[in-house]
Design a protein around this ligand. Sequence first.
Ligand code: CS2
Ligand code: MN
Length: 348
Amino acid sequence: MKLVFRWYGQSDPVTLDQIRQIPSVTGIVSAIYSVPVGQAWQEADILALKKEIESKGLSFEVVESIPVHEDIKLHRGDYQHYIDNYKLTIRRLAKAGIRCICYNFMPVFDWTRSRLNHTLSDGSTALVYYKEDVKQMNPTKMSLPGWDSSYQPEQIEELISAYQSLGEEGLWKNLEYFIKEIVPVAIECDVYLGIHPDDPPWSVFGIPRIITNEENLDRFLSLYQDKHHGISLCSGSLGCTSCNNIPKLVRKYAGAGRIPFAHIRNVKILKDGSFEESAHDSSYGSLDIVEILKAYHDSGFDGYIRPDHGRMIWGETGKPGYGLYDRALGAVYIKGIWEALGHESKNH
Ligand code: CS2
Ligand code: MN
């Protein structure tokens, strides 16, 4: 496995100089953030980012994410033009040495939480999703850090109702069209595409979400039978419902070579199905991180792994979920377990 770390570019309060000092982290996961959704990324921007990362002795082989324009997800308007731009971006990234591209197909909103700085019992703060809060939230009157902030409230209202009438089956159809267009390009360029599961993996604000569970992941993978069409398996996104057995999913999909990229995050599921993000360590959340990593290890996983969201600790402030310290602890925890698993398998 290759241990990588997400970095949001020059506007990220976390610096490459800090990341390069985290033991065993060898690469960066990033994207071009200045380009409006739907436009192709320029070769010069990609090369400049690569140069900056490599100048610090880190590799740049993973992109997260190329956002998918809502017209593609709704299969309306300029969808074909945006798909063509998407293909161009894949080609340009591959040419620059990118091996893995993460994306998601969540309508309108990326990850959804109801509080971004909930104080945990040890004084750290974390992202949480409380079902009772979410019932009171109005998505047209708010924005979260992972969301595209370029929409006006009326546009969001229109999008929400368009998705509500599209429904799950409509969204599947549009996803299938998109996959059949882009996967051949990924195959041609030998780049591994990995869809990020919906976070959380259930419908929010009455909008369909489909990358949510084993049955749907099976259906997704069967849209194109090729290893370049895979999953960025995020333990914390799928794992915030106990219906998903993460070690089982990892064994199944990593065993089949369909996970190019793994996100490791722990979450604590509460009695009413709400959840709090926690430290990576197994004892703090509902997921057994050793079992998850063992499933990857047993499957001979040689893809990319990154710690996912972290808490804010030691007084750090910054991009919610993406501070330095707790994610660095997560990285070292992942590496420690991985190293131990290697010794274990050698001795048996
Ligand atoms: C999130 C997402 O769970 C995560 O990694 O932070 O923003 C994620 O990066 C995107 O959904 C991937 O497309
Ligand atoms: Mn993730």
